[in-house]
Design a protein around this ligand. Structure first.
Ligand SMILES: [Cu+2]
Length: 429
């Protein structure tokens, strides 16, 4: 009835079918939902529902405001409560913390050892699900891709890169501040496409709207200032510091899949010292992210350089071979450096990123974590979905090398697993 030449329609055509699947909020698409208005200072309760098939897993983000859910103020959730505040109340800056961050191109190795760390078998084993991701023929890429990542430099001459902790892998350095601080990021773009750096759940220091973060063009430096208001920080019953994410938002999808993502940590006033350190626990950040190299800014260049015989880049087997079910950009246990001693306290900042399939259940073997929101719970499995972030604490009590992995069977088969080490105390005495 609504196609202009119905006789030519092939109902089985994938494109035609896709055109009839409408991603809607209350039946409206592309920002056309009317009437979601409120006044400055109003307290609003949102009731959010989803219905539909398995792909209807939606993570609701509110830009510019955050909401109260389960004793936390966050900006993204699959479950939504009521706004705690829609006031961008900017605190008087106590400290300005400056970070010199470069966006640099790297040759990233998703599986540098080519060994499955549990079975000890080669990832090339043709009977293993790993072989599709590592196979390095003239028509497949292998495990090395050019990516663009955030790295920290010693000053704003951007000549010397700071050592990057190996346990962060591909993701950027920690950016941290206390409630009340201003975070000033000097960003140098050493890549070939425009990009920026935007933390989730923080406003600009001048109060302007966050989705207007300007791009930094290749070869240029731009300064971004963000403030940390009380409403973005940990609430009374939460831990002293909570994690969120920073990303580039010029082309959010391509920028993230190219590697532009990192951990942001917000602490209660007075927690971090002048150097941005705290001495009472160690910190780890783990990103559960299916990197889709088909969507990278470097996709075409990677394919041309590393799979020169590839003609059909839409071939499903080739497309799948460019997906990396990774933790911090490593597959099959190649992520190292998550070490602690018995009795040591650690904070784990865990986040998810990516597409429809990025629904992850991080399972710690060997140790329980503590998650504090309105209530305190101990657990071993933590759910993180695309764009969501969690903070849990752990006091190590069980020595050994322990597995942690995503519990979605397809994801763990494709390599989304790692290990952390708890070292007995006497070992270092
Ligand atoms: Cu998963």
């Amino acid at each position: 009835m609504f196609a202009t030449s119905p006789a030519t329609v092939d109902p089985e055509d994938e494109g035609f079918q896709l055109s009839n699947k409408i991603r809607a909020i209350n039946g409206f698409t592309f920002g056309t939902v009317p009437g979601l208005n409120m006044c400055y200072g109003d307290r609003v309760t949102w009731h959010v529902y989803t219905i539909g098939p398995d792909i209807d897993n939606h993570h609701v983000t509110f830009e510019g405001n955050n909401f109260m859910f389960d004793g936390m103020t966050i900006d993204t959730s699959i479950h939504v409560g009521g706004f705690v505040s829609n006031l961008a109340v900017l605190p008087k800056a106590e400290t300005t913390r400056r970070y010199n961050i470069g966006a640099v191109n790297v040759e990233w190795y998703y599986g540098p050892t080519k060994i499955h760390f549990i079975t000890g078998k080669s990832l090339f084993d043709p009977t293993s699900p790993s072989s599709i991701y590592v196979r390095n023929r003239s028509d497949f890429v292998g495990t090395i891709y050019t990516k663009t990542v955030f790295r920290e430099f010693t000053d704003n001459t951007f000549t010397q890169m700071k050592p990057h902790p190996e346990n962060l892998g591909v993701i950027g350095p920690f950016i941290r501040g206390n409630v009340g601080d201003t975070i000033e990021i000097h960003l140098k773009n050493m890549a070939t496409f425009p990009l920026n750096i935007v933390p989730k759940n923080l406003p600009f220091a001048d109060g302007s709207v966050i989705n207007r973060a300007l791009p930094t063009y290749p070869g240029k430096v731009r300064i971004y200032r963000y403030s940390i208001p009380y409403r973005s920080g940990p609430k009374r019953k939460q831990p002293k510091c909570i994690g969120t994410i920073y990303t580039s938002r010029v082309d959010p999808l391509k920028d993230a899949h190219s590697g532009l993502i990192g951990p942001m940590v917000i602490c209660k006033t007075g927690t971090l010292d002048q150097d941005g350190q705290r001495t009472d626990s160690i910190k780890f950040a783990t990103a559960f992210f299916i990197f889709d190299e088909n969507l990278s800014h470097h996709g075409t260049a990677n394919f041309a350089a590393r799979a020169p015989a590839r003609v059909d880049v839409a071939d499903p087997e080739f497309v799948q071979s460019n997906l990396y079910y990774s933790i911090n950009g490593y597959i099959y246990g190649n992520l190292n450096g998550l070490d602690m001693e018995v009795g040591q306290r650690s904070a784990w900042y865990v986040f998810g990123m990516g597409l429809d399939d990025d629904i992850h259940t991080m399972h710690f073997h060997g140790q329980l974590y503590i998650r504090r929101t309105k209530i305190k719970i101990r657990g071993d499995v933590l759910e993180v979905d695309a764009g969501t972030y969690e903070t849990v604490k752990m006091k190590a009590y069980n020595p050994g090398t322990w597995l942690f992995h995503c519990h979605v069977s397809r994801h763990v088969e494709a390599g989304m697993e790692g290990a952390y080490k708890v070292i007995p105390r006497f070992a270092n005495q």
